[in-house]
Design a protein around this ligand. Sequence first.
Ligand code: HEC
Length: 440
Amino acid sequence: MLKHPVPPNAKWSYVFGSATLFCFLLQVVTGIGLALLYQPSSEEAYQSLQFITHQATMGKVLRGIHYFGASGMILMVGVHMIRVFITASYKYPREMSWISGVFLLLFTITMGFTGQLLRWDSNGVWSAVVAAEQLGRVPFIGTWLAQLLIGGDTIGAQSLSRFFAFHVFIFPGLIFLFVGFHLQQVLRNGISEPPKAGRMVNPKTYRQWYENLLKKEGVPFWPDAAWRDAIFGSAVILAIVALAVIFGPPELTQPPDPSLVHTVPEPDWYMLAIFALFALMPPEIESWVIFIGPILGITALIALPLLSNKGERSPKRRPWAVVAVVCVVVFMISLLTIGFQAPWSPKFETKPIAEVQAKPQDPVLAHGMSLFYQKGCQYCHQMHGEGGHTGPELSTIGRNWTEQQLQIQIVNGGSDMPAYGGMLTNEELHALVVYLKAQQ
Ligand code: HEC
């Protein structure tokens, strides 16, 4: 296999598939290491991870490698997919490589998600709650899907066993199976030759043509083509290990506690885009998007090589393919950026407005200003550059709103704003209104 001939002038852009495989193997090795100490029970999981992170020899580095390895694998799988799409390597005769790759992408994302739940800290548990709630909204089969995911009606001890089984047996098993098939396809059909504008893929003649190409110009896979894979793969692994040694794994948040209503789940970055998408979507369409979105997306990806398996491969002649990739990448990065800012969740660590704005002389105004922070308005509202983004900025609210309107808004609240009617004394309400009216 090492000596099989491959087309010459394979490029550096062809290294991402093997880099993904290296990351996967790294995950298997470090995952086994973690499983030796991890206790998959809701009583012990959190403690055992704390033990791995803070006491076990090299435990911190091991968890770190597994954490950054997951990020690396998702990143590499994404870039590999983009490269295959841009060079249209999914065309004849490599349709099944692409289709098995679509499944591998889904399995990889599922691994990232289930792995994050195994931390069993408040973040992990709340992410599972959110996911189960979203699955539950799928029409018709939602409840059943959610029960399948968490192993019952509520998140509990049995959910962790289930996530553990998904993460350690079922999905790794599926990945091994599909990687085996994926690689068998590569060996059988050969690596796609770098595309050239104007050179069409014709299913009737392609295999003959490809064989002639290999006969005339083929070079042995090792070392002529594989040295790039070896160098890039090693660099990726080294980078992962370096990140693990320098930064270590993320600290666990507090153990899950249902009475802590303040916890807003902050999933790892590769799940953040999906969370952001759902947070931004109008609630009316959410159930349908959760249901139809993945079906449409996966169907489109699987259908791609079946619908378009011949013709031009060069990105120079397929400008729309390039535009599509740019759009998807920009979309994902935008969602990620918004996900990091999380404007939909109140911002609890905001600086009191009195530290930013000069304190007014008037005692009522000054009282209103401190109430604006104390009563939590600032968690949701920007005021002169400080505060959350859940509600509209209020720095100039006094220009258009009358005192009466302000009072009504505060007392009654709104769609995403609590009604403060019973929580404020008349004097406090007055002070807040006067303060807001003064914001011109
Ligand atoms: C949990 C988040 C949250 C908190 C806390 C909150 N608000 Fe709001 N507020 C909102 C949202 C969201 C809106 C926008 C629409 C709506 O729901 O009515 C809003 C709207 C407003 C408006 C109308 C602004 C406009 O342009 O529509 C005012 C005035 C206001 N809030 C004042 C306050 C004051 C004063 C407090 C504290 C006593 C407060 N809010 C606390 C979320 C919040």
